[in-house]
Design a protein around this ligand. Structure first.
Ligand code: CAA
Length: 260
């Protein structure tokens, strides 16, 4: 399917999904969020996709936030709908049955950092700048930033970033635990693809179930989370890939996973 504000390329089991509004540093307007929902449905359904990489078109920006021009004259009712659309879209990323890696190639600000936080993990370019500057605009993070950021880096550190609106560089974002790895700009995409290829070699159902298990337990107590893990783990044994993976190990050959 063709998109106006996105570029979707699939190669070797990896979908590269780029936000493509470089003139406005890939800011997220309604149309782009709706297209993202379509693209997420597409990659979820496509059997040739095992891992998704989310990045921004151009050298300067991943996503510089929600579209300020579109938001400026919103009424509270329109703002409610816009935030709900953002949450629904980011929720689709978080709950996609396939891993989604954010390749932060430049500015990841406001809704841009929030969309990266909805991905499973983040790699960044040394040139990246990350932050939640919404308070400088008279609002605060409204695409999940007040929820996902404190859970990831702790309440105090998240509040400092949210209240000051300060941008941090990739190294600082790494030290804070927002970013898993930092690379020179020219190596970022290849390194993300290398990780995506490693994941794509594994049993897709097992990877998907692992994602579901981590997500399902993340906001629960340990005992409830463990109960969920037990159930999901046992379900692996209903798959072809579990028999194949263990059979291949015992027969000393490479497994042929089928994703079922
Ligand atoms: N929305 C709409 N347009 C944006 C934008 C955004 N979030 N970010 C940048 N742009 C536009 C600029 O208006 C400019 O357009 P024109 O060429 O037509 O003037 C173009 O992109 C290039 O931007 P700059 O000229 O500002 O580029 P710069 O290099 O001088 O600065 C920047 C880069 C520091 C990222 C700066 O653009 C900036 O501060 N952007 C806004 C960042 C921001 O506040 N994001 C949060 C948005 S609110 C939000 O996301 C709400 C939420 O929680 C969901």
């Amino acid at each position: 399917m063709g998109y106006k504000n996105l570029i979707l390329e699939v190669e070797e089991g990896i979908a590269l999904l780029k936000i493509n509004r470089p003139k406005v540093l890939n800011a997220l307007n309604r149309e782009t969020l709706l297209e993202l929902q379509q693209a997420l449905k597409e990659v979820e359904e496509r059997e040739d996709v095992r891992v998704v990489i989310l990045t921004g078109e151009g050298e300067k920006s991943f996503v510089a936030g929600a579209d300020i021009a579109e938001m400026k004259d919103m009424t509270p009712t329109q703002a409610l709908a816009f935030s709900q659309l953002g949450h629904a879209t980011l929720g689709m990323i978080e709950n996609l049955g396939k891993p989604v890696i954010a390749a932060v190639n430049g500015y990841a600000l406001g809704g841009g950092l929030e969309i990266a936080l909805a991905c499973d993990f983040i790699y960044a370019s040394q040139q990246a700048k990350l932050g939640v500057p919404e308070v400088t605009l008279g609002i605060f993070p409204g695409f999940g930033g007040t929820q996902r950021l404190p859970r990831l880096i702790g309440k105090g550190r998240a509040k400092e970033l949210i209240f000051t609106g300060e941008m941090v560089d990739a190294q600082m974002a790494h030290e804070l635990g927002i970013v898993n790895k930092v690379f020179p700009p020219e190596r970022l995409l290849e390194e993300v693809k290398n990780t995506a290829r490693r994941i794509a070699q594994n049993g897709p159902v097992a990877v998907s179930m692992a994602k579901g298990s981590v997500n399902a337990g993340y906001n629960l107590g340990t005992e409830e989370g463990e109960a969920i893990e037990i159930t999901i783990w046992a379900n692996c044994f209903a798959t072809h890939d579990q028999k194949e993976g263990m059979g291949a190990f015992l027969e000393k050959r490479r497994p042929q996973f089928r994703g079922e």
